[in-house]
Design a protein. Structure first.
Length: 112
């Protein structure tokens, strides 16, 4: 019983020490992704990046959009390649997997 208690405490301690390290790596990866995307992503004065939904790659979209991972970003690019350029940002709602809430949440990050 004492052995299980010590194992559990060791596990909790190791996880607790690893979380701050993992949290500090994520912002660096986001900055690196934004640095690689100068053409389609523009920085505004309030540190909010905007991405062009007509020119951005899937990686650029995933880096800037909140709640959009690489799979949804690839869906956006595929939709754009199949149907042509977007004429309105609201057309993202037509992309499979992109709902009203997700599009509304990211309006400040998007441009044509």
């Amino acid at each position: 019983m004492l052995n299980r208690t010590l194992q559990a405490m060791t596990f909790v301690l190791s996880v607790g020490l690893a979380l701050p390290v993992m949290a500090s790596v994520a912002p660096a990866q986001e900055k690196a992704a934004l640095a690689e995307a100068p053409a389609a992503v523009r920085s505004q004065g309030d540190n909010t990046a905007q991405v062009s939904i007509n020119h951005a790659t899937a990686q650029e979209l995933a880096a800037v959009m909140n709640g959009v991972g690489i799979k949804k970003a690839e869906s956006i690019v595929s939709y754009r390649e199949k149907y042509g350029p977007f004429t309105q940002v609201d057309q993202l709602k037509e992309v499979p997997g992109m709902g009203n809430t997700l599009v509304e949440r990211n309006l400040s990050h998007l441009k044509l």
